[in-house]
Design a protein around this ligand. Structure first.
Ligand code: R5P
Length: 291
């Protein structure tokens, strides 16, 4: 027997997983005191194996709640905890970019590895760290949304041409393009600050008439995709969309992206977001069945 518990806005995803797998889902009572501290409470005794579903966007508060819950589970006799984090946080600070900076990816990995026994995630930002096993000391299962994104494009935008905005995106855009059978190109980006990037977009006359889809693993401030969209629009490209796995951006960023020329942003529900168009429940469920 396994008990499934959803945290924060991942509770809906946990409910979908429970429906598709027949697993027992337990409600978590997570109380926030006026000073911001958490109290965790479970209404019953969980099975010895527990699966937690908690996407880790806006991770700081969630991580403390997870720690408290894992501590309670251990005290209740739970022997194995799997964390399904459809979005895994703290992967972008994967080296010290400047002298004196910490490598958050490594430190966060140490923290999570001390809390749970296994990690399942979708398209973590693996770039200078080639695999999660390099930093996590627990077994990790890395799932890829590219086939799901590719299938979506084949069905909804079969004449699209894809653009990856930077070298990091090459791994995602090439797989999505391969799976959808669509042409793609990858640009190169210079990051000047949290909200400032420089990307040169070459003329894409040969794609005239095709909808252009900007593909990235995540959207945060939206600046990366806006930089591309603004230049495409200046070239006369009218039909521009964005497709990402993890939508981390807020409403202001969403409006700015529209103003830059991006007609629609589409994302997976790894992070609950207004742009969610592609459901990854089956990807998680099939991985759980084969694992
Ligand atoms: C970085 O390499 C990532 O793949 C994304 O391109 C980046 O995080 C997007 O950030 P923003 O939306 O803030 O430009």
């Amino acid at each position: 027997m396994t008990t499934l518990i959803g945290l924060f806005d991942s509770d809906a995803l946990a409910t979908s997983i429970a429906k598709k797998t027949g697993m027992e889902k337990m409600a978590l009572d997570l109380h926030r005191f006026p000073d911001g501290e958490w109290r965790v409470r479970l209404p019953g005794t969980p099975a010895q194996e527990v699966i937690l579903v908690c996407s880790l966007h806006q991770p700081n508060e969630k991580t403390i709640a997870l720690f408290l819950l894992c501590s309670l589970l251990r005290e209740m006799g739970v022997t194995h905890i799997t964390l399904i984090a459809p979005y895994l946080a703290y992967m972008r600070q994967d080296i010290a970019f400047h002298p004196g900076e910490g490598v958050s990816a490594r430190y966060f990995a140490r923290l999570i590895s001390g809390m749970v026994d296994r990690l399942v995630t979708i398209d973590p930002h693996l770039h200078r760290i080639p695999a999660l096993d390099n930093v996590y000391s627990i077994p990790c299962l890395t799932l890829h949304a590219a086939p799901v994104l590719g299938a979506w494009l084949r069905e909804h935008l079969p004449t699209a041409a894809l653009i990856g905005p930077d070298a990091e995106s090459a791994q995602w855009v090439s797989e999505v393009a391969g799976s959808a059978g669509l042409p793609f190109t990858v640009l190169s980006k210079e990051r000047l600050g949290d909200r400032e990037v420089r990307i040169a977009v070459p003329a894409i006359a040969s794609w005239q008439g095709r909808p252009v889809v900007l593909v990235d693993d995540m959207i945060s401030t939206g600046r990366t995709l806006m930089a591309v969209a603004t230049q495409l629009r200046a070239q006369g490209v009218a039909n521009i969309r964005a497709l990402c796995v993890h939508a981390l951006h807020d409403e202001d960023a969403a409006s700015r992206m529209v103003a830059s020329g991006i007609g629609t942003v589409l994302s997976c529900n790894t992070v609950v977001h207004g742009s969610n168009a592609i459901d990854i429940t089956d990807l998680l469920v099939s991985a759980m069945k084969t694992a």
